[in-house]
Design a protein around this ligand. Sequence first.
Ligand code: XMP
Length: 324
Amino acid sequence: DWTMSAYRAEMIRKIREQVGNERVICGLSGGVDSSVAAVLIHEAIGDQLTCIYVDHGLMRLGESEQVVGMFRDHYNIPLVHVDASDLFIDQLEGEADPEKKRKTIGRLFIEVFEAEAKKIAADGRGAPRFLAQGTLYPDVIESVSFSGGPSVTIKSHHNVGGLPERMHMKLVEPLRELFKDEVRALGRELGLPESFIGRHPFPGPGLAIRLPGGVTREKLDILRKADAIYLDEIRKAGLYDHIWQAFSVLLPVQTVGVMGDGRTYDRVLALRAVTSVDGMTADFFPFDMGFLGRTATRIINEVKGVNRVVYDVTSKPPGTIEWE
Ligand code: XMP
């Protein structure tokens, strides 16, 4: 559309003006925001841009491979893929407090990112002076205020703040004035595949905040398999684009079940799906019972370690979208 094509041209002009001949590094998260920012900046300054993908091992099934494949192979954008999953998972194993989990992930992310940035700075092409971020307008508003009450911070978002000051870098934030739907329009304008643009938002701390309690490889594995089935059923039912976000949460609770002639004692999986305009408020999605029954049966039959599935019917407020 014309608004976005004008916006794109204007952003490219501004990025070139801000950056000049300097190098830029950009942290890719695999989400739409940082991807759109990276493609836009690459269009403006070519290989003055280097992207860093810190793989924290908390992504969904096959997701890291898709992100790296798309950027490196399809777009030819210089990309460093750092597999830091052991570091992250080892430190999250004994950590059950949601805020501490977020803080740990944020701290490790900065450490790994900084170390990679130093390597890039030493590659003989000059130290990058700019850090690109896919910050959106809603990210800029850190705290949420409910109906005239005091302003309260609900959750710390690890992908905002901290990094640029520490690294003595200037920020490039081309999406700072945009809402999510506008970022998607810009992504389309830039030719990103529709399947990628239309993806549900995914939180920076990844699956760690969908595993109440400590994070282990075993729990991650169960959650990944179950979540892939849930999303597959949602796509098959033609519901994906009607939902803002859908995901599973593996509870640290075991319940008794029966399968065949045997007793089982396995974990509970909660399914969540919400509609929303901007993530600030949300309603639970009214699936029909047939869909929920079918999906629960598939998950319990196909995923070892889960013997009970429940559906979360909480809206936001009072619940948040994520469980942690
Ligand atoms: P909540 O759970 O606060 O989530 O209702 C609102 C939206 O934000 C996403 N979310 C995050 N995104 N880093 C992110 O990039 C985070 O730390 C984070 N925490 C929540 C959540 O998935 C939902 O879309």
